[in-house]
Design a protein around this ligand. Structure first.
Ligand code: FAD
Ligand code: MLT
Ligand code: ZN
Length: 468
């Protein structure tokens, strides 16, 4: 083992190979606190050439690698297993914006660029990089690509997959694939870029990316709306789509349990609607600087929604500060639920038309397994994606969630029966690798294994993640 550590030190410099417990601590435990591993070392290369050197050294020595960006992943895919034999390869030092071309609508970045910094770089040339996540202050574009992240702008701009034009990847044997082409049109064979998107670090290390930029949307009209049911929320979505067209950029849902957690745990959070409701939606219209009238359009939509019984009340943001406060009610949910104790996370998609029935039908099923259980239900209803994140009963022991396999299995079975997906946006990681394969056909799993074997025959890239 000393040999490989020496080799890693010569690749990146002594200061960037961390082995002391205190130094590696933040890299071996995931955001949820559920996955805590050990690492042979945490290596922090500063360039693509250094990543290639590290990966080649590990390949020669037969040492497994766990790529890591901001370590905000929610399925345990970015932290090592407990063996202490894996190397964590952190992209955290690779934070350069390599090129911005506002006319072509492209930005080329290192994989370690933090999503919020990417937003700032796009804004500096009067453009928008639309991906928006609660974790954007810490997550990296490499992690977003590796997980094909979703977020609150998918409704208008699509998943990460739709925002990328080209990649630079260090392959498991240390060779570098330079696919950093910003072309919109390139029909020259298999789409290798898309192969690496959503591969969760199991096929190679993403070191750079060319991403799409969009026209800036500095004008916003934002509302927090009390709705009687998921059904009503879905009807309101249809109304907003018809009336606001392409201006509709966000349509998020949260149940009362979720909002109560934010109000209890997020400093400064307050309820903008006095009468409590079972469900809420955050609706936002966004437009260019020259587009007036978004507030009027939103007000008219909501007025009609109240008349039609789709909404009970609404608070429209009257200032940027109020807009931030409304967004905090939605974006603060994950953090607030974490304060409450352990969370059993489920990240599911179903056809939008069946979401309401599915959510209602799940409650008695879960109550039977664990009376008093709290489904904190929220997420990207406009994409058919609910975060069905479960907390133990109030005052109950988190250990009660040890019934988890039954709970999760009941949820996954019902999602599969509804032709949905058990992971809409967070990936499979370690937490859902087994379940992920069990809901795919044998043909699909065989194809995935064949791809994995073709690129990583020695199985050294993030073993145990995505494929069991
Ligand atoms: P990490 O956690 O470091 O890694 C995630 C996975 O990607 C791991 O498998 C890792 O091995 C791999 N990986 C990381 N970097 C690379 C690389 N350069 N090359 C190859 N593989 C790599 N996700 C959503 O989709 N939508 C949301 O709305 C959302 N909201 C969130 C809110 C909060 C508060 C938190 C904590 C998380 C949220 N997430 C969300 C999950 C998470 O932020 C995303 O999955 C994010 O994309 C992970 O980025 P990261 O840099 O932190 O990756
Ligand atoms: C979000 O949309 O806030 C996250 O993806 C949900 C989660 O933390 O489970
Ligand atoms: Zn989400």
């Amino acid at each position: 083992m000393t040999d490989i550590l020496d080799r890693l030190r010569s690749a990146v410099g002594d200061a960037h190979v961390l082995t002391a417990d205190a130094e590696v601590a933040a890299f071996v435990v995931d955001w949820t606190g559920t996955y805590a591993g050990r690492a042979l070392a945490v290596v922090r290369p500063g360039s693509t050439a250094e990543v290639a050197d590290v990966v080649a050294a590990c390949h020669e020595a037969g040492v497994a690698i766990v790529p890591q960006g901001g370590n905000t992943g929610l399925v345990g895919g970015g932290v090592p297993d407990p063996s202490g034999e894996e190397v964590v390869l952190s992209l955290g030092r690779m934070r350069s914006v390599r090129d911005v071309d506002p006319v072509a609508g492209t930005i080329t970045v290192d994989a370690g660029v933090v999503l919020a910094d990417l937003h700032t770089a796009a804004e500096a040339v009067d453009r928008l990089f639309p991906m928006s996540l609660g974790s954007e202050g810490s997550c990296t574009i490499g992690g977003n690509l590796a997980t094909n992240a979703g977020g609150t702008a998918v409704l208008r701009y699509g998943m990460t997959r739709e925002l990328v034009l080209g990649l630079e990847v260090v392959l498991p044997d240390g060779r570098v694939w330079d696919g950093l082409r910003g072309l919109r049109k390139d029909n020259t064979g298999y789409d290798l870029t898309q192969l690496f998107v959503g591969s969760e670090g199991t096929l190679g290390v993403i070191t750079g990316a060319v991403l799409r930029l969009f026209p800036a949307t500095p004008r916003h009209a934002t509302a927090w709306v009390a709705v009687p049911s998921v059904d009503a929320a879905v009807s309101l979505l249809g109304l907003a789509q018809s009336r606001a067209g392409a201006h509709l950029s966000t349509f998020e849902i949260a149940n009362r349990q979720a909002v109560d957690l934010v109000l209890a745990h997020l400093p400064g959070a307050s309820d903008p609607i006095s009468e409590p409701s079972d469900w809420y939606v955050l609706v936002e219209l966004a437009g260019a600087a020259t587009e007036d009238g978004l507030d009027d359009a939103l007000e008219a939509i909501l007025g009609d929604a109240v008349e039609a019984g789709l909404a009970a009340d609404a608070a429209i943001a009257g200032s940027p500060a109020q807009r931030t406060a409304l967004w905090a009610l939605r974006e603060g949910i994950s953090e607030a639920q974490k304060v409450e104790g352990a969370t059993l996370k489920h990240d599911v998609t179903l056809p939008i038309a069946s979401l309401a029935t599915w959510a209602a039908d799940m409650v008695p099923v879960l109550e039977e397994v664990l009376p008093g259980i709290r489904p904190v239900t929220y997420g990207h209803v406009g994409d058919g994606n609910l975060h069905y994140n479960i907390s133990a009963p109030v005052g109950g022991d988190d250990a009660l969630l040890a019934a988890a396999p039954d709970l999760s299995r009941a949820i996954y079975d019902s999602v599969a029966a509804g032709r949905g997906s058990i992971s809409a946006e967070h990936g499979l990681g370690r937490s859902k690798a087994v379940a992920g394969s069990s809901y795919k056909s044998g043909v699909e799993v065989d194809l995935m294994r064949a791809l994995k074997h073709a690129l990583d025959p020695r199985g050294l890239m993030n073993p145990g993640v995505l494929l069991p």
